[in-house]
Design a protein. Structure first.
Length: 105
């Protein structure tokens, strides 16, 4: 049996390219938000007030509970913090394209 190769961890742990893309985007946003909170020296309570959520919600984000956050929520939080989120689209590599076509068949 040939070992399956993946471009990143998200492709390895998710069943579909769509799910992997969502996790990849959410992870990037969560890391940026966490870094911003730390750079500003904010407590979780202060961050919660800024984002209009509860302190336990910020704790979940800081602990990487990615499954508890939607892409929309994280985009809203980033914008509220003064960040300017940008969506970047790239063409899939040939290997990814072949795997995607094989799945569609």
């Amino acid at each position: 049996m040939k070992a399956k190769e993946f471009t990143d961890v998200w492709d390895a742990i998710e069943d579909t390219p769509q799910q992997a893309a969502s996790l990849r985007a959410r992870a990037a946003l969560m890391m940026e938000l966490e870094a911003l909170i730390k750079e500003r020296g904010m407590t979780q309570g202060e961050a919660a007030k800024l984002f209009g959520v509860t302190q336990p919600r910020i704790s979940d984000m800081m602990r990487g509970k990615i499954n508890l956050f939607s892409l929309d929520t994280l985009l809203d939080m980033a914008t509220t913090a003064g960040l300017a989120p940008v969506i970047k689209l790239t063409k899939p590599r040939k290997r990814q394209k072949r795997e995607h076509e094989a799945l569609a068949a």
